[in-house]
Ligand binder design. Sequence first.
Ligand code: F6R
Length: 292
Amino acid sequence: MGGVRQRRVLLRILSDITASVRGRFTSVGWRLVEIVILPTAAEVGRAAAAKIAHRIARHPETVLGLATGSSPLAIYAELAARREAGLDVGRVSGFALDEYVGLPTSHPQSYASVIRTTVTEPLGLDPARVHVPDGLADDIEAACAAYEAAIADAGGVDVQILGIGANGHIGFNEPTSSFQSRTRIKTLAPRTRQDNARFFDSLDEVPTHCVTQGLGTILEARELLLVAQGEAKADAVAAAVEGPFASVVPASVLQWHRSATVILDEAAASKLRLAEYYRYTYEHKPPFQRWD
Ligand code: F6R
């Protein structure tokens, strides 16, 4: 078993090196953040799911990074439909981005429950292949280190699905999180607690702390795929992709990644200065680069 894992990790390292060398000489593999603007939230989910399904079809052992919250729900629903239609997800594994601290895993809003009910069960994934950070560990630091080790052991995340908070967070990396941060405990920003209160009976029930993959952890995923819908995200999206690379907008870390895609509905894209350019670029995308 150890030997098989080692071989997988080695093969991935080799394929990363090949991709980076190819990228250096042909500019394939290192590119701008790709921004795709679609008319509706439903189309955002379908397009993101198509991109992921395209990868799973070519690489059945794909490791997904899983976001929770409302933004990725349409992606998971579409992937479940594609699985019904024959997409083989039997060897896919997943690592959730984050978990609340102190919420029992049986609580319906724990991310262990949310991932089980929105991803693992509808997609029919093997539960042993789906991981969520431990927000109940006595030794949180050791649990965070073990989570990082589990991601590395799986060969790293291939496609990291991301939503974005109205304050620019990804995962629960709140503003001013270090770009090099790893999985760790964080204090949720008051704005985040307020935004997430809709999932609980009252604001008081929303935990104050979480465990989240760090920005450094997220940056190591081979592909980043951020989706955002609705006007409430428009300022954060604009700051993330067109503003300065600054830890006060944690999602601006996407600008540093070699393969990041941002899929938006019109409302979430409404504050982008270069929207017309992104539309033009997407319309003129060479066929070999398309996934839809
Ligand atoms: C949660 C996560 C967060 C959410 C963000 C947006 O796992 O990664 O960064 O993506 O808070 O939440 P929604 O999608 O509910 O607006």
